[in-house]
Design a protein around this ligand. Structure first.
Ligand SMILES: [Zn+2]
Length: 119
């Protein structure tokens, strides 16, 4: 299987922070990484995203007095779930998972780097 030259595989947030041991880990999330690596070999275009938050990010519970992770807060753009601090810029938690091996990826998009809104 090889996708067309116009197809793009978008690999979203395969980072230490979202895999076991991370600050916002998803159980067993690391188990899908070999499949992602394999799948990427069949795409001419691969884009990777990376959650990349400043320490004072609005979605972090610790930045709101009296709030705990997974509580919500109403903000101008709607309801925001408050997260534990995760994927802080420059930390190990924010790095792409070491098992991710896609040397053909052309672009890494860092997102969430504005402190005052979530997206
Ligand atoms: Zn995030």
């Amino acid at each position: 299987m090889f996708q067309s030259e116009r197809s793009v595989l978008i690999v979203v947030d395969v980072q230490n922070g979202f895999t076991p041991g991370g600050n916002l880990a998803v159980a067993h999330a690391d188990q899908i990484i070999p499949r992602i690596n394999q799948l990427a070999q069949h795409f001419a275009n691969v884009v990777i995203t990376q959650d990349w938050h400043p320490q004072n990010h609005i979605s972090f519970a610790e930045n709101h007095v009296g709030k705990q992770p997974f509580e919500t807060l109403e903000l101008e753009y709607g309801t925001q779930v408050l997260w534990p601090a995760h994927c802080v810029q420059g930390t190990l938690d924010a790095e792409l998972h070491p098992d991710l091996n896609i040397p053909t990826a052309q672009l890494i998009i860092r997102k969430g780097f504005h402190s005052t809104y979530c997206i």
